[in-house]
Design a protein around this ligand. Structure first.
Ligand SMILES: [Zn+2]
Length: 458
């Protein structure tokens, strides 16, 4: 197909102006209001995108405030471009107003510039370009914009329960070239009655998908000395301990290093570190949960001790993270996050873990299982996206895999993450302070995006 990618350049000023305008709408999820399931901000940002498209003469639909779409073309088949208009909170450390959309040194600064408002606006302009060029697509092309990608992707659950699933799709909500493999994500809870008399409480982590950076527990006061000695023996570069007098007993703390659960090897799990210390001193008296965690996880993150380790060629090894652990006088609970390779099945991994836990008198429950995404390299979609990328950039389009969950996951193996960052996501400070979009680089994304829509839809 011919190269139409540079046609998007004539809309550069308008695209950038609209990016600034939509970035100025703080669209962090809030409590639901009537017709606004994620609160005012996300509803306003979604409305902005749909109104913009409407003013271009494109067909739009707001699906009850959860998401909306913009459609171009006629016919049976459906192509989807999946973006989102909600953002994570600004957070600390900004040197510019997070919702200001300030332009400086060929950059636009603001929360959501790259994740994912910029790409959402770009996709809308791609449909306008096709329409202005009077290119008649072979199938309908929909830009689908969600209003809650950052908080559990409820937006797409609702949207696809009410609207048709595209036959082929991509989501410009990650980095180039093409992510065609995403591991499955399993969250498993463990619990048992509290049976360790010497341990008064234990607290660590508040999300399964984060490696906890601290853990604390209270133990009987008279055991403090034994823990001081054990802590000194076990401490190393990655795990540090303190033992102090507390109100109700001796207070133990473990300090590790935080990381995302998809790369637990980058962190040092403080919960696991404190479990190790407790099991070391109390042995079996540490109770069922501590004993189970200590023997079936330990300080590992590969699932070997749990009996669930596995790997495959497309996506690599399983990872396991102990994300949350709590004990009080009544109950002991833990939650783990497992990222499993694309050719494996979450249910059988869960069953193995549950069986292992039962050996210790700990019961397991399956909290969630998000199936892996795997679109084969020789598929029609990948061939077309590769071609579009190569035409627009002159560079080869390599495929990559991730343990993280992108928006493309909701596409049930009919879509992949494609763009929008031509550089690694960390470069743009996505989810951090001073998130920005680099204008030249972003316009390159616009070109690739237009060419990709053209290749798969026209
Ligand atoms: Zn995003």
């Amino acid at each position: 197909m011919k190269n139409i990618s540079s046609e998007i350049r004539s809309y550069k000023d308008e695209i950038l102006e609209d990016v600034v305008r939509v970035v100025r709408i703080p669209s962090v999820r809030e409590a639901a209001l009537d017709g606004m399931p994620f609160g005012k901000g996300p509803a306003k940002a979604l409305g902005y995108c749909l109104n913009l498209a409407k003013s271009m003469g494109l067909k739009v639909k707001n699906v009850d405030g959860y998401a909306g779409h913009i459609e171009y073309g006629e016919g049976e088949g459906l192509i989807g471009i999946l973006a989102h208009c909600d953002v994570v909170p600004a957070g600390e450390g900004w040197t510019r107003p997070p919702f200001g959309g300030e332009v400086e040194n060929d950059r636009i600064y603001g929360r959501g510039t790259m994740d994912d408002k910029g790409p959402a606006i770009a996709a809308i302009y791609c449909l306008k370009a096709l329409s202005d060029l009077k290119i008649v697509p072979k199938r309908r092309i929909r830009v689908i914009i969600g209003a809650s990608e950052e908080c559990g992707m409820e937006d797409m659950e609702y949207y696809f329960a009410h609207e048709e699933m595209p036959d082929l799709a991509f989501s410009p909500d990650s980095e180039y070239p093409i992510c065609n493999r995403e591991k499955g994500i399993l969250h498993i809870g463990f619990e048992c009655a509290h049976d360790a008399k010497q341990i008064l409480d234990f607290m660590s982590g508040n999300a399964a998908n984060i490696v906890p950076v601290t853990a604390e527990a209270t133990i009987n006061k008279q055991d403090g000395k034994a823990f001081e000695d054990a802590a000194a023996a076990l401490e190393n570069d990655k795990w540090k301990y303190t033992v102090m007098d507390g109100k109700n007993g001796a207070a133990l703390r473990c300090y590790g290093k935080s990381a995302h659960a998809s790369v637990p090897e980058d962190g040092a799990n403080a919960a696991a570190g404190l479990v190790k210390l407790l099991a070391h001193v109390y042995k079996k008296d540490a109770g069922a949960l501590i004993t189970f965690i200590s023997e079936a996880i330990g300080l590992d993150y590969d699932g070997e001790k749990m009996g669930v380790a596995c790997k495959d060629e497309p996506s690599g090894s399983l990872t396991l993270n102990l994300g949350v652990m709590n004990m009080d006088k009544n109950q002991d609970t833990a939650i783990i996050d497992i990222r499993y390779p694309v050719t494996f099945d979450g249910k059988s991994i869960y069953e193995k873990a549950a069986k292992k836990a039962a050996l210790y008198g700990v019961s397991a429950n399956l909290i969630s299982d998000s199936a892996p995404l795997y679109v084969k390299e020789d598929s029609d979609l990948i061939a077309k996206l590769k071609h579009a990328y190569e035409i627009a950039t002159g560079e080869e389009a390599n495929l990559y895999s991730t343990g993280g969950g992108t928006y493309a996951r909701v596409l049930k193996n009919r879509g992949v993450a494609f763009g929008a960052g031509t550089k690694p996501l960390a470069y743009y400070n996505i989810h951090g302070a001073d998130e920005f979009l680099e204008i030249d680089d972003f316009m390159k994304h616009c070109e690739i995006c237009l060419q990709a829509i053209y290749e798969i839809g026209c």
